[in-house]
Design a protein. Structure first.
Length: 248
């Protein structure tokens, strides 16, 4: 007897759900006997432990904050990481207490940016064993982006301009540095030009961000599972995320 496929849940009709049309529920794979190791578990290399400070926008003695490698659809997407190779449940009391302070501090810094209404804070952790919390800024006035599916919209919306993105990064880094640590993100440089060249450039349209190159939350490396076959297999497809935001 064939299993009857489950019906599509009601949330697919919510205004915040980013897809429409005919949808069907995927077949649920059988559970595995042993789950594969995450990055930073067993013999697998830890990306965060191997990253230098200059890969981050702000660094402190026990915490670091990094961004995506290019603009995405939301005004700001940042990741808070511990310096020590620990997962959430492994934090000693000192770091556990500091995590609360850092979470509030980073949320306030992002919410201070122009055009940001709310900051969503997420922790999935199926891709990496090194603690990392996601901070996603919802644009002000975009009520359709409220709720669970904000991380999906980040990959769907056109990327913000790189100039605005870099300015936002510098502002957040400077805010955090008011409480200590080092800001490493710098604002975009002013392009000084002779008066004769300003008119010529102003008539040319500014290059738009390449939407095909944008990497959002769902496609980020630490939220994508490895393909079957181990480390030497081909690169994984970006349409099979491990850390799905609907699973909380």
């Amino acid at each position: 007897m064939h299993d009857t496929p489950p019906s599509v849940p009601d949330f697919t009709s919510w205004p915040s759900f980013p897809f429409e049309g005919d949808l069907q529920v995927k077949h649920l794979d059988d559970p595995v006997a042993v789950e594969p190791p995450r990055r930073g578990e067993g013999a697998r290399e830890c990306t965060a432990c191997g990253a230098p400070d200059d890969a981050y926008i702000w660094v402190g003695e026990r915490w670091r904050v990094r961004a995506m490698d290019r603009p995405t659809g939301l005004p700001m997407v940042l990741i808070l990481e511990s310096r020590s190779h620990l997962d959430l449940g492994d934090l000693p009391n000192l770091l556990a207490a500091e995590l609360g302070v850092m979470t509030v501090r980073l949320e306030r810094a992002i919410r201070s940016l122009d055009g940001v209404a709310r900051v969503h804070v997420n922790r999935w952790g199926d891709g990496s064993a090194h603690l990392h919390l996601w901070f996603l800024a919802r644009p002000y006035g975009r009520l359709q982006l409220r709720g669970t599916f904000l991380s999906l919209w980040d990959s769907i919306l056109p990327p913000i301009s790189e100039e605005q993105w870099r300015e936002n990064l510098a502002l957040v880094a400077a805010w955090l540095a008011e409480f200590g640590g080092r800001p490493l993100a710098e604002p975009p440089r002013i392009q000084w030009q002779a008066p004769s060249s300003i008119a010529a450039q102003s008539s040319a349209p500014a290059p738009a961000p390449d939407e095909d190159d944008a990497i959002g939350v769902i496609e980020a490396a630490e939220e994508i599972p490895e393909p079957d076959g181990g480390e030497d297999s081909a690169a994984p497809s970006t349409d099979e995320p491990v850390d799905e935001p609907g699973r909380r």
